[in-house]
Design a protein around this ligand. Structure first.
Ligand code: MG
Length: 158
């Protein structure tokens, strides 16, 4: 059986934090803040994977009240999510994600993000798509108050 999952995430941008997206650290005057490294792209993909199997959300599996997850790389969380997927005999087919960020320009680094994510997800590089979209100066994203990401995944379940 084929199933799809959808994930969305949004974190605030602040000064004095690194900007990590898809496990890749980018040159930026502002970074995302949160309990973990606040990698919105990786979180959106994790939420989509959990959603495909109706396993709840990331907050349920990795509560932000748990000190074990403070400052943790979100790739570690994604690896845990993937273990849940594999434990159910499910197979991830592909991921398609979009990051909504006013700055910095992400297009030169998207391939690196895809590679990093594909490694953690254990799927071929060409099965992971990461796109970038500018909010064109509009709203909280355009004012660089935060960065958002959305993802869909396709999963085969026995
Ligand atoms: Mg998050």
């Amino acid at each position: 059986m084929n199933r799809v999952g959808f994930g969305i995430d949004l974190h605030p941008l602040v000064s004095g934090r690194p900007l990590v997206l898809g496990g890749v650290t980018l040159d930026s005057d502002l970074g995302l803040t949160g309990h973990s490294d606040a990698d919105v792209l990786t979180h959106a993909i994790g939420e989509a994977l959990l959603g495909a199997l109706a396993l709840g959300d990331l907050g349920r599996h990795f509560p932000d009240t748990d000190p074990r997850y403070r400052g943790i790389s979100s790739l570690v969380l994604l690896r845990h999510v993937m273990e849940l997927v594999v434990a159910r005999g499910a197979r991830l087919v592909n991921v398609d994600a979009t990051v909504l960020a006013q700055a910095p320009r992400l297009s030169p680094r998207l391939g690196e993000m895809e590679k990093r994510l594909a490694d953690v997800l254990g799927v071929p590089f060409e099965m992971v798509s990461v796109k970038a979209k500018s909010p064109e100066g509009l709203g909280l994203l355009g004012r660089r108050e935060g960065i958002a990401a959305m993802a869909v995944v396709s999963v085969e379940v026995p």
